[in-house]
Design a binder for this molecule. Sequence first.
Ligand code: NIG
Ligand code: FE
Length: 412
Amino acid sequence: MNEPAAVRRLLIRDLEQLASPAGRAAPLRSRALDETEVINDAYVLCENGRIVAVGRMRNLDALAGDVEELDGRGLCVIPGLVDCHTHACFGDDRVEEFSLRAAGASYEELHAAGGGIMSTVRATRAAGEDALAEAVRRHAEWMLRHGTTTFEAKSGYGLDRDTELASLRAIRRAGGIPTWLGAHAVPPEFDSGDRYLDFALSEVLPEAARLAEAADVFLERGAFDAEQARRYLEACRSAGLALRLHGDQFTEAGAIPLAVELRARSVDHLEATRADGVRALAESDVVGVLLPASALFLGRPMPPARALVDAGAAVALATDFNPGSAFCESLPLVCTLACTQLRLSPGEALAACTVNAAHVLGRADRLGRLAQGYDANIVLLDAPDWRYLAYHLAGDVVAQVIVAGCPAPRLR
Ligand code: NIG
Ligand code: FE
């Protein structure tokens, strides 16, 4: 007779606080976005990678059998953070460009002159799949140290068949959720966006659709216009991909109406969004993904986050981690920016980079909450109050991360 499979249990005990977006719904919007369940003097019990119970220590029944215990004194727990928008698959860096920008060059000018995104395209094409997988692994490790236990990553620095597909495979190999950003820029071997899309949709999409979960497009002057974005997204939707858009980063060029019409999962950036866009998004099921680290890094206006939330839009927060516009892998820093620049509350920020971000990735039934039945992805904060997540500006607030019920080595 077969031995019964061993049950692996982990008890995190004597925590100062447990904080989690309340309820079970997703995405959260309006007042529900700010409803945080906080349990003082808390425990979390995990079994085989899932959370089986959370509560107050005084209500914890004696546990029979083997249980690994983690001492939570002086610590708080929040759900593993979910980064739903990164460009973590790239070769080389853009530190030279960073210096040029510091001396006054603008991001859009550098892009128009063949630098910017295109300089990363050259380096990414030269890297090869193994080096790209290694780069994504390194970046995922940086993210994990900041509490990110689930990350999406986009291709978009290949823009040829081999490098786009290699990027999607590299992201998968490194544990990321791949998005095909096949329409990020028009590479120099094509003389128009339309001709490039002819190629990308006929030569790359069939295989990209097998590797990626979603498709993304950069709808912006100097990249793709609304008609091109529609053509790309409709083809991707027919191939079974969920839809995302980079929109309203520098100009309003029709991203929100298109996202709403095509029932996209999200429209991301929104630094240039005005009142009509806020209203349209609020009346839709499309999530607005806010990327304040990118606005900060480029010295751009912040997105109208408060107006979006007050109007009833579903919002998420993400890093936009990439070598050009946001060399930042820290969601805790993004939460600080959310509270100081976007006028969100700590509870709204927490929900935006956990449950709502998980919704953008189609995983809100398993990720983004500390509650029975959810994956045991947990961040322990070195803090007496969970709001240190946003309060401790660029603080090394993450003490330890638990992925699928397995504790990684303690960081502090
Ligand atoms: O989300 N805006 C388009 N794409 C990226 C930046 C890419 C880059 O600069 O390399 C973004 O900001
Ligand atoms: Fe981006």
